[in-house]
Design a protein around this ligand. Structure first.
Ligand code: FES
Length: 253
């Protein structure tokens, strides 16, 4: 019988860190746009939720279509994406009514995944001598076969900010205020759009360069490419707040 550890392709005695890293790896393999399928993507996500919820591995249900869509796991993954509620991406957030399952498979592929974010660590950009403006930045990252901590995919669930999604994938990206009042959580959006309800802290010039605040930013395009860990970019250091001011702030990953 298949266990969630089998799905993540790790040993049953894997520790928390191994589970998280295996999940990030498998998310990339299983994503429909990267050679996987929606069914496989859901299976991987369900396996991760099963393990992190501390459930009995022998009770793992490998078949999402059998009615186990309302996960009680630690994330919101099941709540937003398992339902069939219109187009994926921003369109699904704005009032589409749940369908009754009559659509064909192609439609389901469209319906069930949220915005996909390809992430890249700025430390890698610097160490490789790359530039944020390089048109082939993410192609180079793909070719470099980087660790999943530095480069990979994550899917943002309904109502999540980018920072919340990253944390659901086990990342500890930097932040301080979590309210749009500093620049600790800033990311550079290279492709796609991350919409912020307020953005008073960032200058117009920064926004034009694609700088966004991950703690309040939600994707409004289906696909984004972002670079995180950009605190050393010119102009951002002055806007950062000392992490010590905030009880649960994170200085970096
Ligand atoms: S953590 Fe301060 S703006 Fe995001």
């Amino acid at each position: 019988m298949e266990t969630p550890y089998d799905v993540l392709e790790i040993d049953a005695d894997a520790d928390e860190d191994e589970v998280v890293r295996a999940y990030r790896r498998r998310v990339k393999d299983a994503h429909p746009d990267h050679g996987g399928s929606l069914a496989e993507f859901k299976r991987v996500r369900r396996a991760y939720e099963h393990i992190t919820a501390g459930r009995d591995p022998s009770a793992f249900d490998a078949h999402p279509e059998n009615g186990q869509t309302g996960s009680t796991g630690p994330s919101r993954a099941s709540n937003g994406r398992e339902r069939a509620d219109g187009e994926h991406g921003r369109g699904s957030r704005d009032g589409a009514t749940p369908d009754d399952g009559a659509d064909d498979d192609a439609d389901e592929e469209e319906e069930s995944l949220g915005p996909t974010v390809e992430y890249l660590d700025y430390e890698v950009v610097e160490s490789q001598g790359w530039q944020l403006t390089d048109e082939d930045l993410f192609e180079k990252a793909e070719d470099a076969d980087l660790d999943v901590d530095s480069h990979g995919l994550l899917v943002v669930e309904q109502g999540e900010t980018l920072l919340e999604a990253a944390e659901r994938y086990g990342f500890s990206w930097p932040y301080a205020c979590r309210g749009g009042a500093c620049a600790n959580c800033a990311v550079a959006v290279v492709e796609g759009e991350l919409e912020m309800p307020v953005s008073t802290i960032l200058t117009d010039e920064m926004k034009e360069r694609g700088i966004r605040l991950s703690c309040i930013g939600e994707p409004v395009t289906d696909d984004l490419k972002i670079v995180f860990n950009i605190e050393r970019l010119p102009g951002l250091a002055e806007l950062r707040l000392p992490a010590e001011q905030f009880g649960n702030a994170r200085a970096g990953h």
